[in-house]
Design a protein around this ligand. Structure first.
Ligand code: SAM
Length: 223
């Protein structure tokens, strides 16, 4: 098999998005290609030249594109379906003012790249995604001097939630394949997948385990 370019990469080149240079767009394409018409609301932390916001605007024809940046000059990139909110991604009051624009179908953190900001961005925005929304963390690990992989390790822990099995139940017991009983944390119910790429992580929100309707046991036939 050969690697082929895709329409999102072409838009990345057209608008000069750094995501294209980082080779991230092949992974965005994999996860977003079937959602173009469906996505209504995108939020990206980190506006800078506005290149990626313009790319998203063209890629998602039905979406409002929100950008966050600490640099007031970025306000000039607000036009068409692009809205720019000026503030610090570490400021709770500012974040609350943006949150009420949600729910968001896609949130991308390409802002300060400081590990504690990245974790805060996930904790703040993941719960504000729409039910099948996607959170993307760009630039993780050594590429932003997180040599101890603090952020990667925090996100790696999510895989335990994806693979949750109620303690004490025999494996493959049908009701637990299709629904959880008892006190299961919100994050366990809502993270349905995590995809790690080089310096890039996607976290998928959904309804765990209800997103697998084929496993719902058929009701007993009425006699
Ligand atoms: C990598 S650039 C964004 C590039 C843009 N997402 C793109 O792909 O075209 C990072 C941006 O984050 C902004 N930034 C840095 N620290 C921030 C903070 N604490 N809060 C909000 N934005 C911040 C910078 O001003 C800069 O414009």
């Amino acid at each position: 098999m050969q690697y082929r370019s895709n329409p999102l990469e072409e838009l990345g080149i057209k608008h000069g998005a750094t995501k294209q240079a980082h080779n991230y767009l092949q992974h965005y394409w994999t996860h977003l290609r079937d959602l173009r018409e469906e996505v209504r609301s995108v939020l990206e932390i980190g506006v800078q030249t506005g290149a990626s916001l313009r790319m998203w605007e063209e890629f998602f024809p039905n979406a409002l594109i929100h950008g966050i940046d600490i640099d007031p000059d970025c306000k000039r990139h607000e036009k068409g379906r692009v809205l720019v909110h000026i503030g610090d991604q570490n400021d709770d009051e500012f974040l609350a003012s943006v949150l009420h624009r949600g729910p968001f179908d896609l949130v991308v953190d390409d802002g300060s790249h400081l590990p504690h900001h990245q974790i805060k961005a996930f904790e703040t925005f993941f719960p504000q995604l729409s039910q099948h929304g996607i959170f993307v963390m760009e630039d993780t690990g050594g590429v932003v001097s997180d040599f101890n992989n603090v952020v990667i390790n925090a996100l790696r822990n999510l895989t335990d939630h994806v693979n949750y099995w109620p303690p004490g139940f025999p494996c493959a017991e049908w009701p637990h394949l299709a629904s959880f009983s008892g006190d299961v944390p919100w994050i366990t119910r809502n993270v349905v997948g995590v995809a790690f790429y080089r310096w890039l992580v996607f976290v998928f929100r959904g309804d765990n385990p209800g997103d697998n309707p084929n496993l719902v046991p058929k009701p007993a036939p009425v006699a």
